[in-house]
Design a protein around this ligand. Structure first.
Ligand code: ZN
Length: 150
């Protein structure tokens, strides 16, 4: 487990300990559920979209530190963005953690999310880091609202 120490940087620890926006969102217009059977992470994403802008996004769920921190950071990253921007951030983040993306520092709103760049070295953890994102993507953009990483 020593190798994982690199991942557990301060931001991840902080967001795991004190997740932001972890609550059910009353009156959410969009909702999706995700499950990562590999690790047992579960997440439900709630969102409100008005005039094409994500005005609120929250999550509920339980899982490992990576999945919780990722969901927490994601809610901060997506709030206030347009649906288009949300999709771009998702794609950037996905590229970052799978190691397929350009390490573009100009990415839209990645900011703190860059702490997850080390995850690409741990393939089993990639699903933990991306679960909330796939789920939010489904909530915002897709008709099928149940996501599994398998
Ligand atoms: Zn996990």
């Amino acid at each position: 487990m020593n190798d994982l120490n690199d991942l557990y940087q301060e931001i991840i620890l902080d967001h795991n300990k004190r997740p932001r926006n972890r609550r059910k969102l009353e009156g959410a217009s969009l909702k999706a559920e995700g499950y990562n059977p590999l690790c047992g992470d579960r997440v439900t994403i709630y969102a409100k979209v008005e005039d094409g802008i994500v005005t609120e996004v929250t999550f509920e769920g339980s899982g490992c530190a990576i999945s919780t921190a990722s969901a927490s950071l994601m809610t901060e990253a997506l709030k206030g963005k347009t649906l288009e921007q949300a999709k771009e951030i998702f794609e950037h983040f996905h590229g970052l953690v799978t190691g397929n993306g350009e390490e573009s520092k100009e990415g839209p709103g990645l900011g703190k999310l860059a702490v997850f760049s080390g995850v690409c070295r741990f393939p089993a953890r990639v699903k933990c880091a991306t679960l909330a994102w796939h789920t939010a993507n489904a909530a915002l953009h897709e008709k099928d609202k149940t996501v599994t990483t398998e």
